[in-house]
Design a protein around this ligand. Structure first.
Ligand SMILES: [Zn+2]
Length: 500
């Protein structure tokens, strides 16, 4: 049997003014879209869902046919041209003569200038071309905002189970195993999709902590039920302003719609009952820096929630650094996307002293630049590998030419040329920082940095900063949500009547 593999992933933050061009979907090291055998070279041995698919299909003795792969770092709405190019290429390359089924990796929170539900549109076009009998299995990020259109145009949707996303490889394996069962005519996936009208705040999305860990326990209970083929729970992504925004549940059985509905209603109703526990929970900026400054144990890691690079934000917010300077904290470490400062430091060279205006340059939503004098300590090409299982399953990192700039009071500021979410500690260690020796470390994210940074942290705190990924819903003005949604409103919920 031959199974096609294709991938289009982007988490689109509609509150960012800058749009995302086609160029961003090319692999920065390869310089082009990953395609065909390049996909295998890139992902084999890694932890991505494609890595899991490749290994499992080989193990089955089946053949994979790698096609197109476009992945961009989370950022603003996808430009129309980029969507058109990618979707046309994906749909053109998938055909019945060459393959018996398709596994596609989508994100689930992709928005283009033209389509609020990009993922639904991609699946709709594939289904249209391939017909209702062609098996299509789609993996999705845990932050997917799942729509009825997505659900109806794939045979099975398989959502990551954890946040941080550490099970990406396993979901690839799961998708490939389900595909094998479908191709052997052993499985007729029959699913129920329920989207209770609620949002789970970004600060409450850690699946290893309460209250969401309780939902995960319920999902595990379902997954271990032999009558359940696959069970998924998506957290939703609050920065995609779309009608289907929110949490959702899907349960598949083998040709038993009554059972799948019963199970899905059970888990979604239980999650809904705890909705008041999923609201914002974070420290204010001044308070967080003060606690870190006065802490006897170190380092204290402050996660900058409003500048969550993994949620599409600028990676150059200065609200925390201004406060760190104002409170005169010594021996801190922070990372800034600031290509302008990188080139000034590269021009001056290692050992030189200069004054920089750091950060606050990408847009007007992340504070003003911070003026600081310091010394260029090190310069790297900004690449490293991290073989450990990290958020998203990536092992190869590239943040472009990178500089370690140190202030007089041992403030270590790492300046990068590309926006890189902080899922690997290599971001700071590859250039010579020992995190255990720092008093305060800031990261730009909520849950994504935790597997990498928590092992070094005396304490990790979420900070309620402003920015394009603010966790504070009152700072976001939604235009496209067509239903009452908790906590914005106080809707009622009856399973079966709230599908979007
Ligand atoms: Zn995610």
């Amino acid at each position: 049997m031959k199974i096609g593999l294709t991938c289009f992933m982007h988490e689109s933050n509609n509150f960012i003014k800058k749009t995302t061009p086609l160029e961003n979907f090319k692999d920065p090291s390869f310089g082009d879209f990953l395609h065909g055998d390049h996909i295998v070279d890139h992902f084999r041995g890694g932890n991505h869902e494609l890595s899991g698919c490749i290994d499992e299909i080989e193990k089955q003795g089946n053949t994979f046919i790698p096609k197109f792969c476009g992945i961009a770092t989370p950022s603003g709405t996808v430009e129309k041209y980029a969507f058109d190019y990618i979707v046309n290429r994906i749909v053109d390359e998938i055909n019945k003569d060459e393959m018996d089924g398709l596994i596609i990796n989508l994100h689930g929170a992709t928005v283009s200038e033209e389509y609020l539900d990009v993922d639904g549109e991609v699946l709709f076009r594939l289904r249209n071309k391939m017909g209702s009998k062609f098996p299509i299995i789609c993996t999705l990020d845990k932050h997917a905002n799942i729509s009825t259109k997505m659900f109806e145009n794939a045979d099975i949707l398989v959502v990551f189970r954890t946040c941080p996303h550490l099970d990406t490889y396993d979901r690839g394996v799961e998708a490939a195993k389900l595909m094998k069962q479908m191709l052997n005519n052993e499985l007729r996936p029959t699913g129920t999709f329920i989207a209770p009208p609620m949002m789970i705040n970004m600060t409450k999305q850690n699946t290893f902590e309460e209250p969401v860990s309780k939902i995960i326990e319920d999902m595990e209970f379902l997954s271990n039920d032999s009558s359940v083929v696959s069970a998924s729970f998506a957290l939703g992504f609050q920065f995609a302003d779309v009608p289907e925004l929110g949490a959702s549940f899907i349960v598949y059985t083998n040709d038993n719609s009554v059972l799948s509905r019963e199970k899905c209603e059970w888990v979604s109703s239980r999650a809904w009952k705890n909705r008041e526990k999923y609201n914002l929970d974070a420290y204010e900026v001044e308070e967080a820096v003060k606690i870190a400054r006065e802490s006897r144990e170190s380092p204290v890691v402050l996660n900058d929630v409003g500048d969550n690079t993994g949620g599409g934000s600028s990676a150059d917010s200065t609200f925390l650094l201004h406060e760190i300077v104002r409170q005169n904290v010594e021996n801190y470490c922070t990372v800034f996307f600031d290509p302008e400062s990188v080139s000034m430091c590269v021009d001056s060279g290692i050992g030189s002293t200069l004054k920089l205006r750091i950060g606050g340059k990408v847009d007007a939503q992340h504070g003003s630049p911070v003026e600081l004098e310091g010394k260029v300590i090190n310069i790297t090409d900004g690449t490293w590998e991290d073989s450990q299982i990290r958020h998203g399953g990536y092992t190869k990192y590239n943040q472009g030419p990178t500089v370690l700039f140190e202030t007089q009071n041992k403030g270590s500021i790492i300046l990068t040329s590309l926006r890189q979410p902080p899922q690997s500690i290599g971001q700071i260690t590859h250039i010579g920082i020992d995190p255990s020796k720092k008093k305060l470390i800031t990261t730009r994210g909520v849950i994504l940095p935790r597997p990498a940074y928590d092992p070094f942290a005396a304490k990790t705190m979420l900070v309620n900063t402003k920015g394009t990924t603010t966790a504070d819903l009152k700072n976001l003005s939604f235009k496209n949500i067509k239903r009452d949604l908790y906590p914005l409103q106080n809707p009622s919920f009856q399973p079966g009547l709230n599908e979007v």
